[in-house]
Design a binder for this molecule. Structure first.
Ligand code: FES
Length: 179
């Protein structure tokens, strides 16, 4: 290759690295949950829940409160009125506040701008999150397993925390496995 072309290629590569490198940590931020979300972690036992009951927990837990309190590790386990299990990320897909599960309404409600998510599938039905385009209008869900002792295990995350989840054609029950 002629020296001038080689030099030009070197300059272009250096320019590309200079432009992209500041964003590498952002990419890492959005993908970190997928990288970490392979841990199998016991959340509760079926005996701990009654229909309408719920439990807040962090995942994946490390035992270090500083890390475990990270909002991006906050989830809620819900037993719906008809006995179905659901696990949702608590990070609102609008601007990342933490919605609470309101048992009497059977919805997750965000305190910041009022986004409301359905209990059955975590899809936003009101507020700014509901106006976001698919798939950024649904809370990521936890993949769970229930073993023969009734222990409930979280084994991963479907979707991207703080971003959304592809929920068309996916039945939430498919994310619950009996093992
Ligand atoms: S951060 Fe939840 S509605 Fe805005």
């Amino acid at each position: 290759m002629p020296p001038r072309r080689l030099l030009l290629r070197g300059v272009l590569t250096a320019a590309l690295v200079a432009v992209v490198s500041p964003f590498v940590h952002v990419i890492d931020f959005f993908y970190r949950r997928e990288a970490e979300g392979v841990k199998r972690q016991k959340i509760a036992n079926m005996r701990d829940l009654t229909p309408g009951g719920f439990i807040y927990f962090s995942y994946p837990q490390t035992g270090d409160p500083k890390i475990d309190n990270d909002p991006f590790r906050q989830f809620v386990l819900i037993m719906t009125e008809d006995g179905q299990l659901r696990v949702y990320s608590r990070v609102c897909v609008h601007l990342w506040c933490l919605p609470s599960y309101i048992q009497t309404r059977r919805q997750l409600i965000c305190p910041c701008h009022g986004s409301i998510y359905r209990e059955e599938d975590g899809v936003a039905i009101e507020g700014p999150a509901a106006y976001q385009s698919y798939p950024t209008n649904a809370l990521p869900m936890g993949k769970i397993e229930v073993d023969g002792n009734g222990d409930i295990w979280m084994v991963g995350v479907d979707g991207r925390i703080g971003y959304g989840r592809e929920w068309h054609n996916i039945k939430p029950d498919e994310l619950v496995r009996r093992v």
